[in-house]
Design a protein around this ligand. Structure first.
Ligand code: BLA
Length: 511
């Protein structure tokens, strides 16, 4: 429901999104103490139980729900004691005289145990086979040859099962910003692939919540949320809806969706160990309510996909390390051939560029500097080297923003915003420096950034988010990854040896 109060965008991280006291209207919610006395009922219970919420609260569950169904529900809850998991039961004859319901059950976090029962009318899909569906999704996923291909396949599989217009795989960086790394869309839509968004688009507490509850659906952004009754009296704890399936979401986010022309949104957490790696994010221009069975299948797929990403990432890291070792070998053997020091280092620089993507490289030995690709100009390089000479160069030095350490570098950030400097001699302060351009200039655009101009001035829009992100990273290159620093560090050790040998042979020649 659109509220008239202006949205406060400064305190998004503090909004208690798990305690908004409202659910979405496609199902109803009951909470009860373990003796079966109803504590809360969503305001729409009358549509299902033919009793007002006031009449429901205080009654016993067995006076409201089918005995057999309640027995099954209690059995499931028994298995969940002390956990924040949700269990689900499909096609239950929950209410006498009504068609079957799909039911989610869990214990509300915190305090004395409160059972939460959420029910929605079952979709008439008797032939939907969840196990077969997930199995098929996985086998198509596993045909991917690399991570990028896998993300696109994952998006396509999820779109096929849930029916959204757009499905994206959204990956978080170490700094919380996110990037669309996989996508599947209906034909007429622009692509969001490669777009990046600031960390604030998905605030901290939402990410924390998404680590515990792996799927959320906003079936209709325009739907009026239903309050959970009775409203808490002052000082009373609000029912915690962290694990709820029907939880109504933040108004700020609803506004964001509306500005994007999105009526239904669903997202599935992608976990790596205990960390939120990213989300599978789905959009639809019309309201959309995939059945609970389909949502559950997609959620299970999300869990399996998470494991698959982890194993692919491990494999790619191992491959990277192997390539690094091979490059080191090549570097060493290049040295044994009787080339001039500068030629050798050029070769070395070219090898390294294959392992650590960059836009340019400079080799500084003694007073001489050679460059390859896009680098700062001569004076700027001299300044950067002088700065490096003043810092601890016993190890690789990497920064996304040279200007933080050497302010004049800001002037040439478009060409070289970040650098990774490998000290290659102990005494004489020689370096091999890799440069990366400013990130906003190196992003591959899929959508059309010029469209921003046509779309009002509202901050709550993904294109605006892109602008906000540009502000955030202006002057920065892409991050130097842990694996890249490892390669650089290993090469530093090799190069020290190389330079020692080369200068020794140079000295021999001079003799
Ligand atoms: C939640 N923000 C979300 C979610 C996504 C995004 C995917 C999860 C909920 C869902 O599944 O819909 C962000 N969605 C995106 C992005 C794209 C997309 C980046 O499709 C890119 C294509 N959001 C803002 C700002 C605030 C904000 C400025 O942009 C606050 C200052 C808040 N986003 C916000 C909140 C939630 C959210 C509070 C949590 C919603 C909830 O689960 O209750």
């Amino acid at each position: 429901q659109a509220s008239d109060a202006p949205l406060d965008l400064t305190s998004c991280d503090r909004e208690p999104i798990h305690q908004l006291g409202q659910v979405q209207p496609w199902g109803f919610l009951l909470s009860a103490t373990t003796d079966g006395t109803v504590r809360h009922a969503s305001a729409n219970v009358a549509e299902h139980l033919n009793l007002t919420p006031e009449a429901v609260v205080g009654r016993r569950l067995d006076q409201l729900l089918d005995r057999g169904s309640l027995h099954d529900i209690r059995a499931r809850l028994q298995g969940l004691q002390g956990q924040h998991q949700t269990d689900r039961l499909f096609s239950l004859p929950l209410i006498a005289g009504k068609p079957p319901y799909d039911v989610a059950v869990h214990f509300a976090p915190g305090g004395s145990p409160i059972m939460v029962i959420e029910a929605e009318p079952s979709a008439a899909e008797p032939r939907f086979d969840a196990v077969g569906t997930v199995k098929g999704m996985m086998s198509r996923l596993l045909r991917a040859r690399d991570l990028a291909g896998m993300h696109d396949r994952a998006a396509r599989q999820v779109r096929a099962v849930l029916g959204f217009d757009r499905v994206m795989v959204y990956r978080f960086d170490a700094d919380g910003t996110g990037e669309v790394v996989g996508e599947s869309t209906a034909e007429r839509l622009d692509s969001f692939r490669g777009l990046r968004f600031p960390a604030s688009d998905i605030p901290k507490q939402a990410r924390a919540l998404y680590c515990r509850n792996w799927l959320r659906l906003i079936a209709d952004a325009a739907a009026v949320p239903v309050p959970v009754l009775p409203a808490p009296t002052p000082g009373e704890r609000v029912l915690d809806l962290s694990s709820s399936v029907l939880r109504s979401v933040s108004q700020v986010h609803i506004e964001y969706l509306r500005n994007m022309g999105v009526a239904a949104s669903l997202s599935i957490s992608i976990m790596r160990g205990n960390d939120l790696w990213g989300l599978i994010a789905c959009h639809h221009a019309e309201p959309l309510l995939p059945s609970f069975q389909r949502r559950s299948a997609a959620e299970l797929f999300g869990q399996l996909y998470s494991l698959q990403i982890e194993s692919f990432e491990r494999m790619e890291a191992a491959q990277h390390d192997a390539e690094a070792r091979a490059a080191q070998e090549r570097v060493l053997s290049a040295v044994s051939s009787d080339e001039k020091i500068d030629n050798t280092l050029q070769r070395v620089a070219e090898e390294i560029r294959l392992l650590i993507p960059c836009d340019g490289a400079a080799i500084h030995t003694g007073t001489h500097t050679e460059t390859i690709g896009a680098t700062p100009d001569e004076d700027m390089l001299a300044g950067i080297v002088a700065m490096l000479n003043r810092t601890d160069t016993s190890r690789v030095f990497a920064t996304r923003e040279i200007a933080v350490h050497y302010p004049p570098a800001a002037a040439q950030a478009e060409v070289a915003a970040g650098m990774l400097a490998i000290p290659i001699s102990r005494a004489s302060r020689d370096y091999l420096i890799l440069f990366r351009r400013e990130m906003v200039h190196s992003i591959a655009w899929a959508g059309n950034p010029a469209k921003v101009a046509e779309q009002g001035t509202d901050r709550l829009h993904p294109r605006r988010s892109f602008e906000a992100w540009q502000q955030e990273v202006r002057g920065c290159s892409g991050p130097w990854l842990e694996s890249e620093r490892r390669v650089a560090e290993a090469l530093r050790v090799t190069l020290l040896e190389v330079v020692v040998r080369l200068s020794a042979s140079a000295a021999d020649l001079r003799r």
